[in-house]
Design a protein around this ligand. Structure first.
Ligand code: 4NP
Length: 158
């Protein structure tokens, strides 16, 4: 199973989701059965580490994001990943616009897995520190819901 988290720059929200979800998978012993990655729909920050404010918020919760590097969404992601999960509605529109006519991936909003079918993880880039904490709180809820979905799909397979 392969999951790709998608935001605008791949330096704030989607790296946070990648780190949080990877830790949950580790805790559940599922790290080898589920591949996790993140990317941005934009290219401004390609090759850069996550934003320092994101890294600090993660470090406060015991998550190291310092080795991640931003990349942009690629055509082959639609073949490689089972889930492409957008942080907000603009990201989702960009993913859909880029999607090939035929693909099997689930394209949707990440927080739908937390039971919020229409809610976005707000872009914290131009705001203060509280925005980065809010991203974490929302991402943790989305990640728990996504874990439940993935666990039930893996059970169906084994
Ligand atoms: P992200 O945040 O999409 O959560 O990584 C942003 C990062 C950079 C920019 C916007 C949002 N930017 O405009 O450069």
């Amino acid at each position: 199973m392969r999951v790709l988290f998608v935001c605008l720059g791949n330096i704030c929200r989607s790296p946070t989701a990648e780190g949080v979800f990877r830790r949950l998978l580790d805790e559940r012993g599922l790290a080898r059965r589920v591949e996790v990655d993140s990317c941005g729909v934009g290219d401004w920050h390609v090759g850069k580490a996550p934003d320092p404010r994101t890294r600090e918020a993660a470090a406060r919760r015991g998550i190291d994001l310092s080795t991640l590097r931003a990349r942009q969404l690629r055509d082959e992601d639609f073949r490689r990943f089972d889930y492409l999960l957008a942080m907000d509605h603009d990201n989702l529109a960009a993913i859909r616009a880029r999607a090939p006519v035929e693909h099997d991936a689930h394209l949707g909003l990440f927080l739908a897995f937390a039971g919020w079918p229409d809610r976005a993880v707000p872009d914290p880039y131009y705001g203060g520190e509280a925005g980065f904490e809010e991203v974490f709180d929302l991402v943790e809820q989305g990640a728990r819901g996504l874990l439940a979905e993935i666990e039930s799909r893996l059970e169906g397979r084994s």
